[in-house]
Ligand binder design. Structure first.
Ligand SMILES: Cc1cc2nc3c(=O)[nH]c(=O)nc-3n(C[C@H](O)[C@H](O)[C@H](O)COP(=O)(O)OP(=O)(O)OC[C@H]3O[C@@H](n4cnc5c(N)ncnc54)[C@H](O)[C@@H]3O)c2cc1C
Length: 483
């Protein structure tokens, strides 16, 4: 057993743990950070950027969003079923956090919307001077570098196992195990738990949220996120919270493949359920939370996006109806071939192609009579208006000319939200809502601010919450240790 000393131990080095490491080390504390993977950054290495409200980028771009409007919008959306003080504090800090990241050397390409109806709060980290994927990794690297310059020590492939409290109930230590199996014990005054939730634990999601993987939830699976921090925190006396999935919808086996396939199927065309009926105004398909929710509650938790050959031809000639930065492709020339390849793969259930509508419905297992009726009604509405769900006329494209294509969408998630109960200072609370001295948590392990459905109308929200709460935790630890 190796024995070490620190002021604070940070468990997990995604954006929340890294931000906490910077703040605590900046205050002169001795920081030890444990990370179970061989790199830091967590899920955010795959993302593009955090939320900011009232930033200089928004001012430069004449984006009209301020804390008051965002707060009111957010609280309406969540029905005030969330911690209003945390929301206010996070939004107020968010512009300063964007500037703080810039001071660490992070460049932002600007403030962007995720889809047309959202607000331009998503501060996309510049990749090679422009917009590219995985800018989150650059942001994480900047925080890691600063924390290390300040003397913080990072231990990789070293999962934390246990949080210890002394006889007075104060945090007094953390146990971890390194990659060779050697136990490490750290004496410390404070701990920050930031392990990113349980996005890689079907068991945890079944137990805490009732989902069955491969049946009603098809998760991206973020390697290593097993809910360990939440379990450790509860074992050390933390109260727990409701947990949700940051819902999206995907073609489970093809979403990370040829990009034109999800992009085309996510256009606002006809979406039906297994009973052959429409169930959403497809304009909402860009809001992955709303559409994920709607697909989740259909029979078999499945939705079929239906397009015909004329729609593909129109997209190739005039461009797509809607584009976004996550599934951003301008060239969809490979769409038909990619669909054919997917269909020929016996292990891939995501795409069906047929010469007739009847055949398409049969192959998909959709009720044929209902489906034909729905298509007929839908095509009629394309000539008049969508009296069923009021989709704007510009998105009403008839389904007439074969071959016909169906993309089979299933609910998925960007990870889990919630687990450890904290207050707006990121202090962990016990079952009686008392602060546990020296115990802090941040990031998605604690994130219950969206209520039942992730808030995509203010994009960059999870990463924004994680960096900001990481900072709050680091600042809180600094004050606590000084006292
Ligand atoms: C593909 C993708 C794209 C995304 N894009 C965006 C985006 O553009 N904007 C946005 O706002 N959000 C985005 N998100 C969500 C965002 O990335 C996450 O919400 C965020 O990374 C969570 O941060 P965190 O610090 O709480 O946890 P994580 O980033 O998950 O980090 C947790 C860390 O803890 C480590 N850990 C776990 N258990 C232990 C243990 N026992 N001991 C030590 N270490 C442990 C993990 O290995 C991990 O490194 C995206 C998510 C995905 C999957």
């Amino acid at each position: 057993m190796k024995n070490l000393q620190a002021d604070v131990v940070i468990i997990g080095t995604g954006p929340a743990g890294l931000a906490a490491s910077v703040e605590a080390s900046e205050a002169g504390l001795k920081v030890i950070a444990f990370e179970k993977q061989n790199v830091s950054g967590g899920a955010a290495n795959m993302g593009m950027g955090p939320l900011g409200i009232g930033t200089r980028h928004q001012q430069d771009q004449m984006v009209d969003i301020d804390v008051e409007r965002a707060f009111k919008m957010f609280m309406e959306y969540t029905h005030w079923r969330v911690d209003a003080n945390m929301v206010k504090k996070y939004f107020e800090a968010s512009a300063g956090t964007i500037a703080w990241l810039e001071d660490l050397g992070v460049e932002f390409a600007g403030a962007y919307k995720y889809f047309p109806k959202s607000e331009a709060t998503w501060h996309i980290v510049a990749v090679n001077g422009g917009i590219g994927r995985n800018g989150g990794a650059i942001m994480n690297k900047a925080m890691l570098d600063r924390a290390q310059e300040n003397g913080a020590e990072f231990f990789y492939e070293t999962p934390a196992k246990e949080i210890l409290r002394d006889a007075d109930g104060k945090i007094c230590g953390v146990n971890a195990v390194d990659k060779d199996g050697e136990e490490i014990h750290v004496d410390c005054k404070a701990v920050v738990v930031a392990t990113g939730g349980a996005g890689d634990s079907p068991e945890y999601m079944k137990e805490c949220m009732g989902y069955t993987f491969g049946k009603d939830l098809f998760n991206i699976v973020i390697p290593g996120l097993k809910g360990e921090g939440i379990k450790m925190a509860i074992a050390a006396g933390a109260a727990t919270t409701e947990m949700t999935v940051e819902k999206i919808y995907i073609l489970p086996s093809s979403d990370m493949g040829v990009q034109s396939v999800p992009v085309v199927f996510m256009q606002p065309n006809l979406l039906v359920n297994v009973q052959g009926k429409r169930f959403i105004n497809e304009e909402q398909m860009q809001n992955t939370t709303f559409t994920g929710n709607a697909i989740q509650i259909q029979k078999g938790a499945i939705g079929f996006s239906i397009i015909d050959s004329s729609i593909i031809k129109t997209y190739k000639k005039k461009g797509l109806d809607v584009v976004n930065f996550v599934h951003h492709v301008s060239d969809i020339d490979d769409f038909e071939q990619a669909c054919q390849d997917i269909m020929n793969d016996p292990n891939n259930p995501d795409v069906v192609i047929a010469d007739t509508l009847e055949e398409l419905a049969e192959k998909c297992g959709i009720d044929v009579d209902n489906f034909l009726e729905t298509v007929e009604e839908y095509n009629d509405m394309c000539d008049s208006q969508d009296t069923q769900f009021y989709k704007p006329q510009k998105f009403m494209k008839p389904i007439k000319k074969g071959p016909f294509y169906a993309g089979l969408f299933r609910p998925s998630g960007y990870g889990t939200l919630g687990g450890i109960k904290i207050n707006e200072n990121c202090e962990v609370l016990d079952d009686d809502w008392n602060v546990i001295p020296g115990f802090y948590a941040a990031g998605t392990d604690t994130c219950t601010i969206y209520g039942d459905s992730y808030m995509f109308l203010l994009p960059g929200n999870t990463m924004g919450y994680c960096v900001n709460t990481g900072r709050f935790a680091g600042q809180g630890v600094a004050e606590y240790c000084e006292e």
